[in-house]
Design a protein around this ligand. Structure first.
Ligand code: PMP
Length: 306
């Protein structure tokens, strides 16, 4: 990864190399931590963070779900991220922000409420998550043998570090089998989401994405739905089966890091023309116009860094 200069830790900026924790930190052993993934883009008017408040609010809510008391308000953490972007003096087009909270050193045992809460805002320059080529030509998806855990057994709506063990195993399997990314079904066999992104498909001109019954409530997914409405493309939120996926006209993944990544192949079935489809391209182009500050209609989603 590309190191930056500073990391914000518990209210103070520390040098990147000094942002360290003890090996007996509670989260390292028992896995209770919460993360965000937010992005800042270099616009004509300087860096702008996309949908900052929603990301920070989701961090706070994830922490509430997992019983972590973050001692900072959403406003304080927003400000920390703005200051972080300024202080690091980035130069590239894409900056990824990783706000997180975890349980630090001092207590062992599964009961976590006595462990100290550490709050950190970090950022670094990071390009296309699924590769530049994938952004244009599309990626290959594998439906995972690993299901997304059912709603009765985990905190699926929290962006909790623990949830990424499942994602990691699914992603590994996909890569090991020669694919680029994993698509996880829920315990009923319907599409939940990818290992770190949401799923969309196009069929007969309609855009289809599953409800967030068993997936992260994604901010990019919401944005894409708004873009589709802007273009008068009908959006349907319904359960999607494996057969639906295989016979889609187009498919793509969305996420803060994945942005809008076309899908060209799923489990050896060629999707549509086997390339980025026309609706995917339209939405992808608009998404980049929005995040890079080239679209007035969606300008309110940008927090400019002065
Ligand atoms: N699902 C999972 C499991 C994710 O990790 C992400 C990335 N945060 C998403 C969906 C997409 O969420 P967002 O659009 O809010 O980044």
């Amino acid at each position: 990864m590309d190191a930056a200069k500073y990391i914000w830790m518990n209210g103070e900026f520390v040098n990147w190399d000094d942002a360290k924790v003890h090996v007996l930190s509670h989260t390292l052993h028992y896995g209770n931590g919460v993360i965000e993934g937010t992005k800042a883009y270099k616009t004509k008017k300087g860096y702008a963070i996309f949908r900052l408040n929603e990301h920070t609010a989701r961090l706070k809510e994830s922490a509430k779900m997992t019983l972590i008391d973050i001692p900072y308000s959403v406003e304080e953490m927003n400000q920390a991220q703005i200051d972080l972007i300024k202080k690091n003096e980035f130069t590239g087009d894409n900056v990824y922000l990783r706000p997180f909270a975890f349980l630090g050193y001092g207590v062992m045992g599964v009961y976590h409420k006595d462990a100290p809460v550490e709050t950190v805002m970090s950022a670094w320059e990071w390009g296309a998550y699924l590769g530049e080529e994938g952004m244009q030509k599309g990626i290959k998806l594998k439906i995972s043998s690993i299901a997304r855990p059912s709603n009765t057994s985990n905190m699926g709506k929290a962006k909790a570090t623990a949830n990424y063990l499942n994602s990691q195993m699914a992603k590994y399997e996909a890569i090991d089998c020669g694919y680029d990314e994993a698509l996880l079904l829920d315990d009923q066999g319907y599409v939940a989401e990818a290992s770190g992104a949401s799923f969309f498909m196009v069929k007969d001109g309609e855009l289809i994405t599953p409800p967030n019954d068993n997936s992260l409530v994604s901010i990019t997914q919401k944005t894409v739905i708004e873009i589709a409405e802007f273009f008068d493309i009908k959006v349907v939120r319904k359960r999607i089966s494996r057969e639906d996926v295989y016979t889609a006209d187009e498919a793509f993944l969305t996420g803060t890091a994945a942005e809008i990544t076309p899908v060209r192949n799923i489990d050896a079935r060629v999707i549509g023309c086997g390339n980025r489809g026309p609706i995917t391209e339209k939405i992808q182009t608009m998404y980049f116009d929005i995040v890079f500050g080239r679209c007035e209609t969606f300008e309110h989603y940008l927090t400019y860094i002065d």
